[in-house]
Design a protein around this ligand. Sequence first.
Ligand SMILES: C[S@@+](CC[C@H](N)C(=O)[O-])C[C@H]1O[C@@H](n2cnc3c(N)ncnc32)[C@H](O)[C@@H]1O
Length: 570
Amino acid sequence: MANGKTKLELTWIGKDNRPKLEPRILVEDTAKSHHAPFRTGKNDIFDNRLIFGDNLLALKALEQEFAGKIKCIYIDPPYNTGSAFTHYDDGIEHSLWLSLMRDRLELLRRLLIKDGSLWITIDDNECHYLKVLCDEIFGRNNFVANVVWQKRIQPDMRATIGAGHDHILVFSKDLSAFKSNIKLLEQTDEQSNRYKNPDNDPRGPWVSADFMAKGYRPNQMYEIVTPSVKKYVPRPGSCWRNVEPVYKQLVEEARIWFGKDGSSVPRKKTYLSEIEGMAAWSWWPNADVGHNQEAKKESNALFGVENAFETPKPERLIRRIIYLSTNPGDLVLDSFAGSGTTGAVAHKMGRRWIMVELGEHCHTHIIPRLKKVIDGEDKGGITEAVGWKAGGGFRYYRLGPSLLQKDEFGNWVISKEYNPAMLAEAMCKLEGFTYAPSDTAYWRHGHSTETDFIYVTTQTLTREQLQKLSDEVGESRSLLIMCGAFRVKNLDEFPNLTVKKIPKAVLNRCEWGKDDYSLEIQNLPMKAPEEDIVAGAPATGKKPRSKAERRASVQQPSLFDLPAGKGGAK
Ligand SMILES: C[S@@+](CC[C@H](N)C(=O)[O-])C[C@H]1O[C@@H](n2cnc3c(N)ncnc32)[C@H](O)[C@@H]1O
């Protein structure tokens, strides 16, 4: 290929730019955390987490502790529709949206356990691009389904062809592991009512299916004689479902139906009492899982009409997702939490949860909502259906500040907001150690293995201090020392110690001091230089004033319109 690319991929402007994220620490604000005053049983869950902040930094902050541990991730990101909502800015350039989603999806995939799955609600605006993006990140072979959720109850009269559905893209970390654990759905009354018992079978109501199957298998081509002595052979191009001995056994157990007069083509019975459940399929009607209006009503009931959240999802929808993909006690994550539906539903279903939300509604909506759930004051949504009463709790965290900040001379120094414990925790994260300060040994702030430890100090260490540390660590263990400075020429004297200076040792690891990687429009980069301006957009030389004007001037073309190598799909 001319540009050297050999694989099929979706490309877009800025695809190659990747942020070098700082793994922040999470700082609990206990005044905003909440838990029930009593344990109600042994299954109460208190260690749920609500994180206030940008989800890219939050996911990076969670990575070390939760990589490979999350069973179900549900996200409902801004759909990139360009309409302005009160609670968040939903309009963003197409390419930028893809980049921002890519960075988050890569982290989300790392957090999933082997049989875990990701469920994303999205509309037609970005769905098909997002599918290709997820194929690239998860592998096409790990695509599970594109579920069609009937979100409306009637057509939108203003639209040409109104969207009655959203998509739910489902990807697994490992399809075969996910398949072996996905749950069956309970039969609906409508499905159960199809089972009848015309022959008073003592095993109860049943339905029947053709005993013929497509294809030719020589040992499934025998003749069947009905009770009324009518003879049948398989139709051309078909064979019987089972070999003859199995058929005979089924007849003996009265599991074959030949019609009321015993002369029809044989059919195999399936009993209602033996059905374990129904496999889910990709059509989710609103009668089964709710719709937008139901979600709005739930939001009105929780927050009042004046303060209702604008784009909530119905609790029944999230219940279906969590039910299919998890067991009680499993971890559920939503990094675009909105009004907190996922956490509320997961809590009521006895799952552990983590939510991330950047908007102020984290405080005005999510905290009050989850408090109501915990205190048994939320009687709406799925409460009654799952028999939820009360209990458990959550911890509220903010992202810690950036570890490094520039001093008045432009040098990177440790932020004044960091106390020694925060510094030790941050260094553990950066160096890949588990933060676990010891009560007995001052130099043990964390460990990477049973014999490898880390010690963090801003002090300048002398030769004597290093000698003492080396003696205490001993020959069978090793210690990484992150310190302000050290006064020793030859560190080879201490083979069990590795000594690094902070901040120098970590300076190039990531971007420092960057707080906002959010999807909000004000974080768009400056308009591209001349050569990036797309053909067709007139260059007036004037600066665009309004958001709409600016959008029009840097018109985002279809990705397929771009010349190869300039962001066009190959
Ligand atoms: C469609 S809403 C989710 C609604 C949610 N499913 C519910 O039922 O309430 C999307 C949410 O993502 C949040 N969001 C957008 N960008 C974010 C970011 N970078 N970090 C964290 N949250 C973000 C928005 O503030 C908004 O609340």
